[in-house]
Ligand binder design. Structure first.
Ligand code: SF4
Length: 311
């Protein structure tokens, strides 16, 4: 398989075939982000020959002797068919409709059991497609895409150079709903900065309550020295939220969400593992966070953050 640099995928895509169709990010400007800094370019579209050769490799895996043996040792007669493909890269959904269609056609040609195709997307990538193109992408299998919206706090979106205001999240999520393309959101606790965490969470909940994400995966901001945000902190232009404030922010977000969704904090950046369905588990989750906020020691939590070398 062709893989370039560090490959990022959401935890719930662990059983998907990871297919590289892009590498890097077209935006590459968010001040806190260092995810694709290991690449010698900002963004690259994979040659179709590489994509096809990876699909052929995945197709042959079902008859590979090692895969057959491994399946039998696990009590299965043969390796499982690939049911879902996750397209690799920060935002493959930016690709033009025709390219996404060609990729989907090739996936279904080589792996006919595939039922759906996911990928990361920027919310602005959705805006580049017409309503008819979004509907056609849904019919081609594009579904449950993951969008790192990060926050609904306009001040934080602008400062961090996310490249869109909160209203874009609402508008484009509505278009995805209309096209029946389900989506997950990533939220970033800490993005609003010291003293603004609770306000950022309230504003985010207001925005998210007008959308329908299947899951809101929350991470916590970790500032790495290679990031532009680190330079902003050195210049005195921005201050980090304490770890306790990040927990308060997460609690506030959960308290103010009124939609049906799942909330999960799976990534390494999180100080605490929270997982539940909203609104059913709201009290349990906020009660757990309240207890942590009242009993946790900031210095201990900070110790975890400063020793986190990689997300
Ligand atoms: S859009 Fe995502 S991958 Fe690209 S710079 Fe921003 S946070 Fe990083």
């Amino acid at each position: 398989m062709h893989y370039t640099g560090t490959i990022w995928r959401p935890p719930y895509e662990a059983f998907s075939l990871l297919l590289e169709v892009t590498a890097g990010c077209t935006h590459h400007k968010c001040k806190f982000c260092t995810l694709y800094h290991d690449l010698p370019f900002r963004f690259r579209m994979s040659p179709m020959e590489d994509v096809e050769s990876d699909l052929l490799e995945a197709q042959l895996w079902s008859t590979d002797p090692i895969a057959m043996l491994s399946a039998r040792l696990q009590g299965r007669p043969r390796p499982d068919h690939v049911r879902r493909v996750f397209l690799v890269g920060a935002n493959p959904f930016v690709l033009k409709f025709q390219r996404l269609k060609t990729i989907a056609d090739r996936i279904h040609q080589y792996l006919p059991a595939v039922e759906s195709i996911g990928c990361f997307a920027r919310i602005t990538d959705v805006a580049l497609k017409s309503d008819r193109e979004l509907e056609a992408l849904h019919l081609l299998g594009y579904d449950r895409i993951t969008i790192g919206v990060e926050t609904g706090d306009d001040a934080a979106l602008a400062f961090m150079n996310k490249g869109y205001p909160a209203q874009t999240i609402i508008d484009q999520a509505e278009r995805l709903d209309a096209a029946k393309i389900a989506y997950h959101f990533f939220y970033l606790a800490g993005i609003s900065g010291a003293g603004r965490g609770v306000e950022g969470a309230r504003k985010s909940a207001e925005v998210f309550n007008r959308t329908h994400p299947q899951t809101i995966g929350s991470s916590m901001l970790t500032v790495f020295p290679e990031s532009e945000l680190y330079q902003e902190i050195q210049r005195g232009n921005w201050r980090e939220e304490s770890e306790i404030e990040k927990l308060e922010e997460l609690k506030t977000l959960i308290e103010h969400l009124t939609i049906e969704t799942k909330i999960v904090t799976d990534g390494a950046s999180n100080l605490v593992q929270v997982r539940g369905n909203l609104p059913a588990d709201k009290e349990k989750l906020t009660g757990h966070l309240k207890h942590l906020i009242e009993t946790a020691d900031e210095a201990d939590l900070r110790e975890y953050r400063v020793h986190l070398r990689h997300l």
